[in-house]
Design a protein around this ligand. Structure first.
Ligand code: CIR
Length: 259
């Protein structure tokens, strides 16, 4: 059984952090409808939803992915690279402590969950404006007694590693090679985003399905041609806040022995 932790959208979403996009008006009512549909789809795909109440004062707090890395053995509570987002972690830690032992990234380390791509027992971590070498080193140390590899990955021109590459099938990644070096991902079959859809690499795999924005029809076609089962969502409003489909949930497997 999978658990999906989500959080309601802050009424201050218009004040979100922006790095690569110009600020555009967000239709908040529409954002709520789209976020609701996203959560319904998670439920339909078999996830048990834990919906955290809005953190009204924290504009980016809907993007719960950035606040924790959840593995079967433990959860690592991050220290987000954007100062305005640091306070988001407390309530997520509170929700996660029922399910996992917790470890924490400490100053001067910074780490955003959006930079961490977990494939089997390999963690690829983007060296971004948000995640620094100290944060990645701390993650490596915390996981030293478990059987994970941690590989730092250089990025360019994008916010997080998962803006540039995500997993869409067992051995297949969806990638924008303009933003990340493909050589790190030698072991995988790679599907390229369509060059007219640079933001199209962020997909959320739940079992055999992939939750995917309707904004990227050309890349979607490529995925479907490869036999990947797509469930489309309209995610236009939170995309204006630089959020994609992975960012709005923390997907964790329900441990046999909750703590
Ligand atoms: C930020 O800049 O932090 C937010 N406006 C967007 C965060 C998106 N999160 C993600 O990609 N994991």
């Amino acid at each position: 059984m999978l658990i999906a932790i989500t959080r309601e959208i802050s009424p201050r979403i218009a004040e979100c952090e922006l790095t690569h996009l110009a600020r555009e008006p967000i239709d908040v009512a529409r954002a709520h409808v789209q976020h609701h549909q996203y959560q319904e789809l998670l439920t339909e795909l078999g996830c048990k939803l834990i919906r955290l109440p809005a953190e009204s004062e924290l504009p980016d707090s809907v993007f719960v992915e950035d606040t924790a890395i959840v593995l079967d053995e433990l959860a690592v509570i991050t220290r987000p690279g954007a100062e305005s987002r640091r306070a988001e972690t407390a309530s997520v830690a509170d929700a996660l402590k029922r399910y996992r032992k917790l470890a924490y990234i400490e100053p001067p380390g910074t780490l955003d969950g959006g930079d961490v791509l977990l494939v089997n027992k390999k963690l690829y971590v983007g060296l971004s404006k948000r995640s620094n070498p100290q944060g990645i080193e701390q993650l490596r140390r915390v996981l030293a007694s478990f059987d994970y590899s941690v590989t730092a990955v250089e990025l360019r021109d994008c916010l997080h590693l998962k803006s540039a590459v995500t997993q869409v099938a067992d051995k297949t990644l969806l990638i924008n090679r303009d933003w990340v070096d493909d050589r790190v991902f030698d072991f995988f079959k790679l599907i390229d985003v369509d060059s007219s859809e640079p933001f199209a690499a962020n997909a959320l795999r739940i079992g055999d399905n992939v939750i995917y924005p309707k904004a990227f029809p050309k890349t979607r076609k490529r995925l479907e041609t490869q036999g990947i089962k797509i469930r489309g969502v309209n995610a236009s409003e939170l995309a204006k806040a630089e959020g994609g489909v992975t960012c709005c949930s923390l997907i964790i497997s329900e441990a046999a022995d909750p703590v």
